[in-house]
Design a protein around this ligand. Structure first.
Ligand code: UD1
Length: 430
């Protein structure tokens, strides 16, 4: 299995370009199936989650033409099956968006129940509650969610908790229901807005995305469109904290600074300078970082997908910080790996108490999931000596050309296949 091998200890300096948002792309590519006309989607990231989803879409019969690395044309006219294979669901949980899209369009969908996940239990009861409110019968048979309806009708739905996935899934199905749907306590994440904008560009009538009340007036059918996905706020945030942890100076290009405000605020609090431009941010860390407390929350709060990355920075800060994870219960698994690099972290329930240390020393560590994997790479970049990050298959799910982009900032990092690759790297960097 591939690994990253890193020689750390130098600040990241330079410019980096951010790609399209993976989480928005997963939903938009699925929603593209909801018309029988060709839909062109641009600025998709070339990461494994997206490529697996495109495969799943092709397997149910849609035509998928990859125009180039970042653009695809999808034609849902030729879909021959509303039943999705477990192989795909196992690999990407977000293929549950196929439920909302296919139910909306064909009034019938069969999608295997996604299994557990390594950041915690991830129920989808709110998605199913929404479909039922729209008039669908939803049963689970032999591990497969079977949703069907004679007709979908609008409904007033109050989500029990703020869920990005449920908000998007219900929004998709309701776009083609009869009458008006109101989703209360909706998620406000930028990608919820992006999917609403995308559906509207196909002729849907969705208002209020970005607030906690979304109103959807169902339409008869959707039509073709061309759409470019928003920049990935989590990829951008990862580079922001990589700059901070390595005492670097990085210009992060192709971002929407407004989406990054929670991260900008924390970086400023711990002593970094953050300069905002129209579509770029520059993060400058001149001296040792300061401590702070942080709690993950739905947008516009601090994102759970940035929790491991800020924790790495706080491990190197002066003083004690407390990090509280309020979205997923099992998201501190990387802390044991960080401890091997010299971090002082104590995890109690959903809280990590971090005593800042002067520095990390390189070690062999293993990525437990996507974002924690990226955080371990940041730790390796800040550490003295060589770090090997195993199981980078998780990181490749969501970061395009991660090693290449870091090398562009002066990092000594390489993707290698085996122990020989590690030895060669060691010999080269001395
Ligand atoms: C999405 C993101 C993920 C991010 C998360 C929170 C995608 C593909 N993934 O995941 O990267 O970490 O938002 O920002 O966009 N919940 C329920 N019942 C439900 C749905 C959710 O109890 O039916 C709970 C979850 O267990 C979790 C919380 O609600 O505790 C938020 O989950 P949700 O926003 O739905 O996360 P995802 O959409 O799965």
């Amino acid at each position: 299995m591939d690994k990253y091998v890193i020689k750390g200890g130098s600040p990241l300096v330079g410019e980096v370009e951010i790609g399209g948002a993976k989480n928005a792309a997963l939903a938009i590519l699925t929603a593209a199936l909801m018309t029988d006309e060709p839909v062109r989607v641009e600025n998709i990231p070339d990461v494994s989650d997206i490529n697996v989803l495109l495969e799943a879409i092709a397997v149910i019969g849609a035509q998928v033409d990859r125009i180039d690395r970042h653009a695809v044309v999808i034609d849902g006219k030729t879909i021959g099956s509303v039943s999705v294979d477990y192989e795909f669901i196992k690999k990407i949980r977000a293929s549950y968006y196929l439920l909302g899209a296919l139910l909306g369009k064909y009034k019938h969908a069969e999608v295997p129940l996604p299994g557990g996940c390594n950041i915690g239990s991830r129920p989808i009861d709110q998605h199913l509650k929404g479909f039922r409110a729209l008039g669908a019968t939803v049963n689970i048979r032999h591990g497969v969610i079977v949703a069907s309806a004679e007709n979908l009708h609008g409904a007033h739905i109050f989500l029990d908790m703020v869920s990005v996935g449920a908000t998007i899934n219900i929004m998709m199905a309701a776009a083609l229901a009869h009458g008006n749907t109101i989703i209360e306590n909706a998620a406000r994440e930028p990608h919820v807005v992006d999917i609403a904008n995308f559906l509207n560009s196909m002729g849907a009538n969705i208002k209020g995305a970005g607030t906690d009340v979304i109103r959807i007036r169902g339409v008869e059918k959707l039509h073709k469109t061309t759409y470019a996905i928003v920049p990935d706020m989590i990829e951008a945030g990862t580079f922001m904290f990589a700059a901070a942890a390595t005492c670097g100076d990085v210009l992060i290009k192709n971002v929407i600074p407004k989406h990054l405000e929670a991260m900008t605020a924390k970086l400023t609090e711990i002593g970094c300078e953050v300069q905002e431009f129209d579509d770029a941010l520059r993060v400058i860390a001149k001296s040792r970082l300061g401590r702070t407390h942080v709690k993950t929350l739905p947008y516009p709060g601090f994102p759970t997908d940035m929790q491991p990355q800020i924790s790495v920075a706080l491990c190197l800060a002066n003083g004690t910080s407390i990090v509280t994870e309020s979205i997923f219960e099992n998201r501190f698994k990387y802390c044991d790996e960080l401890a091997r690099m010299g971090a002082l972290i104590k995890v109690e329930g959903n809280t990590a108490i971090i005593d800042g240390v002067d520095g990390f020393t390189g070690a062999r560590v293993s990525a437990p999931d996507l974002r924690a994997g990226a955080a371990l790479v940041i730790a390796g970049l800040a550490a003295e000596g060589i770090t090997v990050v195993d199981d980078i298959i998780y990181i490749l799910r969501g970061y395009e050309d991660f090693d290449q982009k870091l090398r562009g900032l002066g990092a000594e990092i390489e993707r290698v296949e085996d122990e020989r690759g590690i030895q060669k790297f060691r010999l080269r960097v001395g």
